[in-house]
Design a protein around this ligand. Structure first.
Ligand code: CP
Length: 312
């Protein structure tokens, strides 16, 4: 049984194939309209979500499949104390594949141990968010034509931002990558992320507190929200929440070909006047999220050929 719990569960070649499939789906969505007919996706969301849950559901519906699930722990038997292990054993009787978001790091991995169906990590605490990474990679590849040789700036809450951790892990496998890590001292990338993904491969990286200083050197700027829900102390959140605000004025420092990404939701970290800048790619990322999740569902259910056959 193949799951997607960590971005590294798929090789670089497999990620490339998945992004290629997502591109074919984007080009000819009707070819995949019945590729999942008769299949069911369960969305098990113990934490709030707009994009991830709804894009998974849209992905399955786009391919003629069905959806079921819950969107909060309160509306499931988790509120009565049911474990993740028992929940996934039950869901394995109802669905063919599931996407799980959970506030506890490692919960989707635990689910995968007990599951009879593919489990997709839709975000676990401040740890990983591999399907957001697929949307990020597709967006970067479309904007820059490659995933190699790029200088990637990641800015904001690099400590709790699971999208940042997964993206660093995934990009660390491409040639000539450089990271510029822009954050307040308190919100730096955790050591384990650097130790597991960046340092062993000798990838150049620098840490800075200045967005303005870094901007002119970047091919990609990945902005992130300060993750209020992961703070123990509201005062710390209030002090740090507006550490970085990208504005149209600051964008004058950036290269003409730079792309601005953000996993969304945004709070205040990208001013509205950036939205009309052609370098703003964050709503493209949302759209790409549907294509990559369609491609991932097809791949995990071993149905990719079905869409390809009707495409031929
Ligand atoms: N990017 C992302 O994970 O958004 P949601 O929290 O709305 O799913």
């Amino acid at each position: 049984m193949v799951h997607m719990i960590d971005p590294l569960d798929f090789s670089v070649e497999e990620v490339g194939a998945l992004l290629d499939l997502a591109g074919r789906i984007e080009a000819e969505p009707k070819a995949y309209a019945q590729a999942c007919a008769g299949k069911k996706l369960a969305t098990l969301f113990y934490e709030p979500s707009t994009r991830t849950r709804l894009s998974f559901e849209a992905a399955m519906l786009n391919m003629g499949g069905s959806i079921l699930g819950f969107s909060s722990a309160d509306s499931s038997s988790a509120s009565k104390g049911e474990s993740v292990a028992d929940t996934i054993r039950v869901i394995s009787c109802y669905a063919d594949i599931c996407a799980m978001r959970h506030p506890k790091e490692g919960a989707p991995l635990r689910a995968a141990h007990y599951s009879r169906i593919p489990v997709i990590n839709a975000g676990d605490g401040g740890h990983q968010h591999p399907t957001q990474t697929l949307a990020d990679l597709m967006t970067i590849r479309k904007r820059k034509g490659t995933l190699d040789g790029l200088t990637i700036g990641l800015c904001g809450d690099l400590k709790f931002g699971r999208t940042v951790h997964s993206l660093i892990r995934a990009l660390s496998r491409y040639a000539g990558i450089r990271f510029v890590l822009i954050s307040p001292e308190e919100l730096k990338v955790p050591e384990y992320v650097l130790n597991e993904a960046v340092r062993p491969r000798g990838i150049p990286y620098e840490e800075t507190t200045s967005l303005e200083e870094a901007l002119p050197r970047l091919d990609i700027l990945y902005m992130t929200r300060v993750q209020r829900e992961r703070f123990f102390n509201e005062e710390d959140y209030v002090r740090l929440k507006d550490s970085y605000i990208l504005t149209g004025h600051k964008m004058r420092l950036a290269q003409p070909g730079m792309a601005v990404l953000h996993p969304l939701p945004r709070v205040n970290e990208i001013a509205l006047d950036v939205d009309s800048d052609p370098r703003a790619a964050y709503f493209e990322q949302v759209q790409n999220g549907v294509y990559v999740r369609m491609a991932l569902i097809l791949t995990l259910l071993r149905l990719a050929e079905k869409g390809e056959a009707s495409h031929a």
